[in-house]
Design a protein around this ligand. Structure first.
Ligand SMILES: C[S@@+](CC[C@H](N)C(=O)[O-])C[C@H]1O[C@@H](n2cnc3c(N)ncnc32)[C@H](O)[C@@H]1O
Length: 327
């Protein structure tokens, strides 16, 4: 995922990352400036491996529910260097299943500048335009992938939502994350079924019952020593990274038992109790461990747990009497 050796000095990489980060802040909907040297340095050493890790973790979540079954054609839309495509091609189980990878980006910049990386992809083809007809020939086995690209794509052409499967990752910010939750609702209305991260097809409780919450998972970063030297020079820290995502298919999703819940918040210590936001239906609820009656547990954000039916329901809290078990 991370190059064994960086392509430039630690200082040059850190400066380039800052320059690209500032560009994104000043141009929130602007296109990635692929032709700029600083962008290529920052992407190769920093954004590319971090986004690839995010994709790899989301793919693992999908594999946990068999999301990728029978999918053989992958269209990486707004591919950049092919970040999501690499994560797919490097996944041991998917590698033998994928027949073809299409990389589509409005700019030819990433395709040309990162060409040296592409030999590891599976029968790849590159394009600057999306020709739906050819991609949708294999409709029932096609997955459209958007990794940090929806936020940049001003208007999605009609037909983008015809593929059997969609894998969408977006920045874990309130603005992009909540837009993704709105999209989730639209996709359900179009007949898609949510396979992950959602455990149900009801309205999203974070969108329905809050004005600022957004759904995202958090992952631990395992990187070589040089990466942490870059990290030390940056204001944003990457010991853990977050992402907001959706895995949707026309095929009906796996039905979770009703006693399962997904932790959609980080664990919080409060006076006399430990609470963690949990999603199991359209209500915004907290799994709660009252310290006087049970030893508190903490789970990583995104984890799915089994909750014993024997809990006390108070306000928006499920006060558990027995420990929860991870699935
Ligand atoms: C933030 S980059 C993400 C790159 C890559 N998917 C990743 O995860 O690292 C967004 C990409 O979307 C591309 N893009 C923007 N508008 C597009 C459009 N209308 N059609 C195709 N690609 C587009 C940009 O050129 C850029 O490469």
């Amino acid at each position: 995922m991370f190059p064994a050796q960086p392509s430039h000095s630690i200082q040059v990489i850190a400066d380039s990352v800052l320059q690209l980060s500032n560009y994104y802040i000043q141009n929130p909907n602007g296109e990635t400036p692929w032709r700029e040297n600083f962008c290529q340095i920052a992407y190769r050493n920093y954004y590319f491996p971090l986004n690839q890790l995010r994709c790899a973790k989301v793919i693992e979540r999908g594999q946990g529910v068999n999301f990728f079954e029978d999918l053989t054609y992958f269209v990486d839309w707004g591919s950049g260097p092919g970040t999501a495509s690499f994560a797919l091609a490097e996944n041991k189980k998917l590698k033998s299943q994928i027949k073809k990878q299409f990389l589509v980006d409005i700019s030819s910049g990433p395709h040309k500048s990162f060409a040296d990386l592409h030999s590891n992809l599976i029968s790849p083809s590159f394009s600057t335009t999306l020709d739906f007809k050819s991609y949708l020939d294999q409709k029932s086995s096609t997955c459209f992938v958007f990794s940090y690209s929806m936020t940049e794509i001003a208007r999605l052409p009609a037909g983008w939502d015809q593929a059997e499967a969609l894998m969408i990752l977006e920045p874990a910010t309130s603005q992009d994350g909540r837009k993704l939750l709105q999209l989730r609702q639209e996709l359900i209305e179009k007949g898609y079924s949510m396979w992950a991260p959602c455990l149900h097809q009801l309205a999203c409780p974070l969108l329905k019952n809050s004005n600022h919450d957004w759904c995202h998972d958090r992952f631990i970063v395992d990187a070589p020593a040089w990466f942490w030297q870059v990290d030390q020079l940056l204001p944003m820290k990457n010991k853990t990274i977050t992402t907001s995502y959706l895995l949707a298919r026309k095929k009906l999703a796996f039905a979770y038992p009703t006693n399962n819940g997904r932790l959609t918040g980080d664990s919080r210590e409060e006076k006399g109790k430990t609470r963690q936001l949990v999603c199991r239906n359209e209500e915004r609820e907290f799994l709660t461990w009252m310290h006087k009656s049970i030893t508190p547990q903490t789970f990583p954000r995104g984890e799915i747990v089994e909750i014993s039916d024997d809990f006390e329901f108070k306000s928006n809290e499920l006060r558990v009497k027995y420990p929860c078990r991870t699935r």
